[in-house]
Design a protein around this ligand. Structure first.
Ligand code: SAM
Ligand code: DTB
Ligand code: SF4
Length: 337
């Protein structure tokens, strides 16, 4: 592997960091894919050092934000995302369930708050919400917000006007991932295009909500494709407030089941590149933690991750138990935000 010396980066990142930190200055240039590939190609220690410099400039490196996820509508989705156990067309153990009642979601949110989460994220296996879904989910969002939690939802593509309704109900963040680089995207999803995703992200911004947008690594993509994803995210103007970096959770029955395992250092490098290119964002070490050792997670935090999903379940797959995370936090001297 071609490793670049550390000083190679120094002059480049100063300009790029200025751009990333202050997008209002339109004279500064956006990131191009090859610059991010150069970052990913650095010797590991040099990359982590650069990521730490940025992380320490913009964040308290010992503080981690905790979000708890709940699936408010599980399974039966019409889309064909090759990684997803909730797509109706794949034969997985996930069944098509009804939407959870307001009471059930509120009780899950109370429990998340008691456990120490600051944000409650609600996911639905939809291509996008129908108007009747918006009516129900807005009631749920307002009720969760009243508990004093930050709210986040991931409901698929939004039609004109829907983002405003969600925002009016008290939704703080909308999660909608670009998932991968534009060039690799068609290998993973065919039922919606990249531009559809960008359009939804634009509506979320226009409605005044915070954007939570990231992707998945470990789907058989190249390092160039990981750089392509980071470039897309970093060049959103402004870049997302929250960037979930998921490691593919391989679920039996999905097309991506059996994909060659991604080396952990590649995952950590991706986190570092996200941190360097999006200095103020919260970078979330998202799906895949159950399959990671504490040591790998510690390296992710060192690379700039400062947010996690907290609670024993993601949407349909497992996540480390809250108590296990508390023990890990104690060992690493980490505190929740
Ligand atoms: N249906 C909505 C949508 O696709 O926008 C919201 C829910 S969807 C499950 C949210 C995100 O979860 C996806 O965009 C993807 O990035 C992530 N995800 C789904 N299955 C995953 C898996 N097996 N491993 C890692 N991430 C996954
Ligand atoms: C995100 O980027 N990751 C979360 C959240 N946003 C909704 C979802 C991960 C899902 C992992 C597979 C599952 O549990 O179904
Ligand atoms: Fe449906 Fe979302 Fe899963 Fe794609 S990722 S199949 S849209 S639930």
């Amino acid at each position: 592997m071609d490793q670049q010396p550390s000083n190679y980066l120094n002059s480049m990142t100063k300009e790029q960091l200025a751009y990333s930190a202050d997008k209002e200055d339109s004279t500064l240039l956006p990131w191009n894919v090859s610059q991010i590939e150069d970052l990913l190609n650095l010797a590991f220690n040099d990359l982590i050092f650069q990521a730490q410099l940025v992380h320490r400039e913009y964040h308290d490196v010992n503080k981690i934000q905790l979000s708890t996820l709940v699936s408010v509508k599980t399974g039966g989705c019409s889309e064909d995302c090759g990684y997803c156990p909730q797509a109706a067309r794949y034969h997985t153990d996930v069944n098509n369930e009804d939407m959870l009642s307001l009471e059930k979601v509120v009780s899950a949110a109370k429990e998340a708050k008691n456990q120490g989460a600051s944000r409650f994220c609600m996911g639905a296996a939809w291509r996008g919400p129908k108007q009747r879904d918006i009516t129900k989910i807005t009631e749920i969002i307002s009720a969760v917000k009243r508990l004093g939690l930050e709210t986040c939802a991931t409901l698929g593509m939004l039609k004109p006007g829907q983002a405003e309704q969600l925002s009016d109900a008290g939704l703080d963040y909308y999660n909608h991932n670009l998932d991968t680089a534009p060039e690799f995207y068609g290998e993973i999803i065919t039922t919606r295009v990249y531009q559809d995703r960008l359009k939804t992200l634009d509506s979320v911004r226009t409605a005044g909500m915070n954007v939570c947008c990231g992707g998945i690594v470990g789907m058989g993509e190249s390092r160039n494709a990981r750089a392509g994803l980071i470039a897309q995210l970093a060049n959103l103007n402004p870049y997302p407030e929250s960037v979930p970096v998921n490691r593919l959770v391989q679920v039996k029955g999905t097309p991506l089941y059996g994909t060659g395992e991604l080396d952990s250092f590649e995952f950590i490098r991706t986190i570092a590149a996200a941190r360097i290119t999006m200095p103020k964002a919260m970078v979330r070490l998202s799906a895949g933690r159950s399959e990671m050792s504490e040591e790998v997670q510690a390296l992710c935090f060192l690379a700039g991750a400062n947010s996690i999903f907290y609670g024993d379940k993601l949407l349909t797959t497992g996540n480390p138990e809250a108590e296990r995370d508390r023990i890990m936090f104690r060992k690493l001297g980490l505190k929740s935000l």
